[in-house]
Ligand binder design. Structure first.
Ligand code: FES
Length: 107
């Protein structure tokens, strides 16, 4: 379990990248839901935390593949493989990521 930041430091519509190996991107959607996925796009080497968040989808900043934060699955080309998802919890106002969650699970 990795502490990420205080919940109030991750406003809705924002993301934060944590320097794990591999790096992980944590998102807070406009609806206030928290999701964590591997930060590196499965198409090439782009940071998804720098992408555009829209609903539960994040669009890769490099070639605009889009990933569903709930499942890690790409929703359009050029990405074909999913990114791993990780469980997110909030304890005492601090966001935590739980590594090693099964693919297809999220907060
Ligand atoms: S690097 Fe993400 S779509 Fe190409």
């Amino acid at each position: 379990m990795i502490p990420v930041c205080r919940l109030e430091d991750l406003p809705a519509g924002e993301s934060v990248r944590i320097a794990t190996t591999p790096p992980i991107a944590v998102f807070r959607t406009e609806d206030g839901e928290l999701y964590a996925i591997d930060d590196t796009c499965t198409h090439q080497d782009a940071s998804l935390s720098e992408g555009w968040l829209e609903g539960c989808l994040v669009e890769c900043p490099l070639h605009a593949a889009s990933f569903d934060l709930r499942t890690g699955e790409p929703t359009c080309l050029p990405a074909r493989r999913p990114v791993r998802t990780h469980r997110v919890t909030v304890e005492d106002g601090v966001v935590h990521v739980h590594l090693g969650a099964e693919e297809g699970t999220a907060a």
